[in-house]
Design a protein. Structure first.
Length: 231
């Protein structure tokens, strides 16, 4: 029997996974690719913002309203109109970080961790895993990016974890697949914590393939947003 640690702002009524949105009401969090335009990184980021109570589903599902706070209008201008993808010439995690901090400079602190698996970075996988776990322990979601053994990248949102033998098992919302009714997550990713293994892969249970989790985007110590500010 393993204990599962879940993030704080998660509401589950037995059917739908939600969070308390920016107006203080429950909001349906899960976004399936195709609901908007674009690809996984932006969908995952939007789910993250809902879990942090910074936006509600209605903020991004409808056209800009004159009553929208300035940061909501800017968010939709950047990400909802003509969303780009993840690796194929689209948003990297660093670009998402820079954009979010420009939209909400006084209310958000974003950290991106990238391992040495990506050229130009030197973080060890062990440190990335530790940071992901610590962030989830604080009750906050983590946007996780990984490369597939067969090629190509993907992004999901980790909403909880458990320790299972030599793995850190992440329970994730994956925008590439439907979320079955009554489920709190639709993907499970095992991070291999046997750092002495020479050929060490992580494992994606949904696609049943080896992957390498090489980056994470985390919103740190989120603050209440002053919706009157012009950013």
């Amino acid at each position: 029997m393993y204990n599962i640690k879940l993030i704080n702002n998660i509401v589950f009524d037995g059917e739908i996974v939600g969070a308390i949105g920016r107006l203080g009401d429950p909001t349906d969090v899960f976004l399936r690719q195709g609901t908007l335009d674009g690809a996984c990184a932006v969908y995952s980021m939007m789910m993250m913002l809902m879990f942090h109570g910074m936006i509600s589903r209605e903020d991004i599902m409808y056209k800009t309203c004159r009553k929208d706070p300035p940061y909501i209008k800017r968010l939709k201008e950047l990400f909802v109109k003509g969303i780009r993808g993840y690796y194929l010439g689209g948003y990297t995690f660093m670009e998402l970080k820079d954009s979010l901090q420009k939209i909400m400079p006084q209310s958000i602190s974003v950290e991106v961790d990238i391992t040495e698996a990506i050229k130009g970075y030197n973080m060890k996988a062990e440190e990335l895993h530790m940071n992901i776990k610590e962030h989830l322990d604080k009750g906050w979601p983590v946007q996780v990016g990984f490369n597939k053994e067969e090629g190509g990248g993907h992004a999901v949102v980790a909403i909880g974890y458990t320790i299972c033998y030599e793995t850190l098992r992440l329970y994730c919302l994956d925008p590439a697949r439907n979320l079955p009714l009554g489920n709190m997550w639709n993907n499970v990713i095992d991070l291999n914590t046997d750092y002495n293994e020479s050929e060490r892969w992580d494992y994606n249970h949904l696609s049943r393939m080896n992957v390498e989790v090489d980056q994470a985007l985390m919103i740190k110590e989120p603050k209440n947003i002053d919706e009157t500010l012009p950013f």
